[in-house]
Design a protein around this ligand. Structure first.
Ligand SMILES: [Ca+2]
Length: 167
Protein backbone atom coordinates (compact mmCIF):
# COMPACT_ATOMS: atom_id res chain seq x y z
CA UNK A 1 0.00 0.00 0.00
CA UNK A 2 1.32 3.44 -0.96
CA UNK A 3 1.43 6.13 1.63
CA UNK A 4 1.24 9.73 0.40
CA UNK A 5 4.72 11.26 0.32
CA UNK A 6 4.65 14.96 -0.39
CA UNK A 7 8.45 15.11 -0.62
CA UNK A 8 8.19 13.33 -3.98
CA UNK A 9 6.02 16.05 -5.49
CA UNK A 10 7.51 17.66 -8.56
CA UNK A 11 6.67 21.35 -8.55
CA UNK A 12 7.71 24.57 -10.24
CA UNK A 13 6.76 28.20 -9.98
CA UNK A 14 4.92 29.69 -12.95
CA UNK A 15 7.13 32.57 -13.98
CA UNK A 16 6.49 33.15 -17.64
CA UNK A 17 3.72 35.57 -18.43
CA UNK A 18 1.44 34.17 -21.14
CA UNK A 19 1.89 37.41 -23.08
CA UNK A 20 5.63 37.24 -23.01
CA UNK A 21 6.97 37.10 -26.53
CA UNK A 22 9.50 34.46 -27.53
CA UNK A 23 12.20 36.56 -29.19
CA UNK A 24 14.27 33.69 -30.61
CA UNK A 25 15.48 34.68 -34.07
CA UNK A 26 14.25 38.25 -33.88
CA UNK A 27 15.81 40.44 -36.54
CA UNK A 28 17.51 43.66 -35.58
CA UNK A 29 15.68 45.74 -38.18
CA UNK A 30 17.74 48.84 -37.40
CA UNK A 31 20.89 46.84 -38.09
CA UNK A 32 19.88 45.11 -41.31
CA UNK A 33 17.42 47.37 -43.11
CA UNK A 34 16.23 50.85 -43.99
CA UNK A 35 12.61 51.69 -43.21
CA UNK A 36 10.94 53.87 -45.84
CA UNK A 37 7.66 55.56 -44.94
CA UNK A 38 4.99 57.67 -46.57
CA UNK A 39 4.23 59.80 -43.51
CA UNK A 40 5.44 60.31 -39.97
CA UNK A 41 4.06 62.40 -37.13
CA UNK A 42 7.08 64.11 -35.56
CA UNK A 43 5.70 63.23 -32.12
CA UNK A 44 5.28 59.55 -33.10
CA UNK A 45 8.24 58.64 -35.33
CA UNK A 46 9.14 55.34 -36.99
CA UNK A 47 11.66 54.66 -34.23
CA UNK A 48 8.69 53.98 -31.93
CA UNK A 49 7.88 50.88 -33.97
CA UNK A 50 11.18 49.25 -33.14
CA UNK A 51 11.73 50.24 -29.52
CA UNK A 52 11.04 47.92 -26.62
CA UNK A 53 7.95 49.82 -25.49
CA UNK A 54 5.39 47.42 -26.90
CA UNK A 55 1.95 46.33 -25.80
CA UNK A 56 -0.99 48.48 -24.72
CA UNK A 57 0.22 51.96 -23.81
CA UNK A 58 3.47 51.47 -25.75
CA UNK A 59 5.04 54.07 -27.99
CA UNK A 60 3.74 54.06 -31.55
CA UNK A 61 4.30 55.34 -35.05
CA UNK A 62 1.52 57.50 -36.45
CA UNK A 63 0.78 59.09 -39.78
CA UNK A 64 0.50 62.89 -39.77
CA UNK A 65 -2.55 62.78 -42.06
CA UNK A 66 -6.14 61.89 -41.35
CA UNK A 67 -7.90 59.23 -43.43
CA UNK A 68 -4.90 58.55 -45.62
CA UNK A 69 -3.60 55.13 -46.62
CA UNK A 70 0.07 54.91 -45.63
CA UNK A 71 2.93 52.61 -46.51
CA UNK A 72 5.94 51.42 -44.56
CA UNK A 73 8.61 49.50 -46.44
CA UNK A 74 11.39 47.55 -44.75
CA UNK A 75 14.25 47.54 -47.27
CA UNK A 76 16.74 44.84 -46.33
CA UNK A 77 20.46 45.30 -46.92
CA UNK A 78 20.60 41.64 -48.02
CA UNK A 79 17.81 39.16 -48.92
CA UNK A 80 16.23 37.84 -45.75
CA UNK A 81 14.18 34.82 -44.70
CA UNK A 82 11.16 35.70 -42.59
CA UNK A 83 9.33 33.00 -40.64
CA UNK A 84 7.29 35.13 -38.31
CA UNK A 85 5.93 38.65 -38.07
CA UNK A 86 4.40 40.27 -35.01
CA UNK A 87 2.69 43.63 -35.05
CA UNK A 88 0.55 45.59 -32.65
CA UNK A 89 -2.01 48.34 -33.12
CA UNK A 90 -3.62 50.46 -30.44
CA UNK A 91 -6.47 52.94 -30.84
CA UNK A 92 -8.07 54.09 -27.62
CA UNK A 93 -9.83 57.28 -28.66
CA UNK A 94 -11.56 56.71 -31.97
CA UNK A 95 -14.02 54.28 -33.42
CA UNK A 96 -12.48 53.06 -36.64
CA UNK A 97 -11.38 49.98 -38.55
CA UNK A 98 -7.77 49.75 -39.73
CA UNK A 99 -6.77 47.42 -42.52
CA UNK A 100 -3.22 46.09 -42.59
CA UNK A 101 -1.88 44.55 -45.79
CA UNK A 102 1.48 42.80 -45.76
CA UNK A 103 3.40 42.04 -48.94
CA UNK A 104 6.92 40.92 -49.76
CA UNK A 105 9.18 41.46 -52.73
CA UNK A 106 12.16 39.40 -53.85
CA UNK A 107 13.23 41.76 -56.62
CA UNK A 108 13.97 45.00 -54.80
CA UNK A 109 10.43 46.27 -54.79
CA UNK A 110 9.46 45.81 -58.43
CA UNK A 111 6.88 43.07 -57.81
CA UNK A 112 5.13 42.29 -54.53
CA UNK A 113 3.42 39.14 -53.34
CA UNK A 114 0.59 39.59 -50.85
CA UNK A 115 0.85 37.54 -47.66
CA UNK A 116 -1.96 38.79 -45.46
CA UNK A 117 -4.76 41.31 -45.25
CA UNK A 118 -6.29 41.89 -41.85
CA UNK A 119 -8.84 44.28 -40.45
CA UNK A 120 -9.26 45.35 -36.88
CA UNK A 121 -12.22 47.30 -35.54
CA UNK A 122 -11.41 49.59 -32.64
CA UNK A 123 -13.82 51.26 -30.29
CA UNK A 124 -13.24 53.17 -27.03
CA UNK A 125 -16.00 51.03 -25.49
CA UNK A 126 -14.69 47.80 -26.98
CA UNK A 127 -11.39 46.58 -28.42
CA UNK A 128 -8.58 49.14 -28.17
CA UNK A 129 -5.52 46.95 -28.71
CA UNK A 130 -4.62 44.16 -31.11
CA UNK A 131 -1.54 42.00 -31.46
CA UNK A 132 -1.08 39.78 -34.45
CA UNK A 133 1.47 36.96 -34.46
CA UNK A 134 1.84 35.52 -37.95
CA UNK A 135 3.79 32.50 -39.15
CA UNK A 136 5.23 33.11 -42.58
CA UNK A 137 7.34 31.18 -44.99
CA UNK A 138 9.10 33.85 -47.01
CA UNK A 139 12.64 33.47 -48.30
CA UNK A 140 14.83 35.86 -50.26
CA UNK A 141 12.85 38.87 -49.14
CA UNK A 142 14.41 42.15 -50.23
CA UNK A 143 11.42 44.35 -49.27
CA UNK A 144 8.53 43.92 -46.85
CA UNK A 145 5.70 46.39 -47.33
CA UNK A 146 2.90 47.26 -44.93
CA UNK A 147 -0.05 49.17 -46.32
CA UNK A 148 -2.26 50.65 -43.62
CA UNK A 149 -5.77 51.89 -44.35
CA UNK A 150 -6.79 53.78 -41.20
CA UNK A 151 -10.42 54.43 -42.06
CA UNK A 152 -11.81 51.25 -43.55
CA UNK A 153 -14.69 52.37 -41.42
CA UNK A 154 -14.78 55.45 -39.20
CA UNK A 155 -12.08 58.09 -39.32
CA UNK A 156 -8.55 58.57 -38.03
CA UNK A 157 -4.83 58.25 -38.70
CA UNK A 158 -2.83 55.10 -39.43
CA UNK A 159 -0.88 53.91 -36.38
CA UNK A 160 1.31 50.97 -35.43
CA UNK A 161 2.75 50.26 -31.98
CA UNK A 162 5.34 47.64 -32.90
CA UNK A 163 6.73 45.60 -35.75
CA UNK A 164 8.92 42.59 -35.10
CA UNK A 165 10.33 40.21 -37.67
CA UNK A 166 11.93 36.82 -37.11
CA UNK A 167 14.32 34.89 -39.35
CA1 LIG B 1 6.71 50.94 -29.58
Amino acid sequence: MNTPDSSRLRKRRLTESPNRLDTTGQLDIAGCATVAYSSEDAAHPIENLLDDRTGAGGTYWASERFNTTEQLVVEFDAPQSISRLVYEIEETRLERTQETRIEVSSDHGHAYRQLVVQEYAFSPQGATFEREDLRLNAAGVTHLRLTLVPNKSGSGKATLTSLRLFA
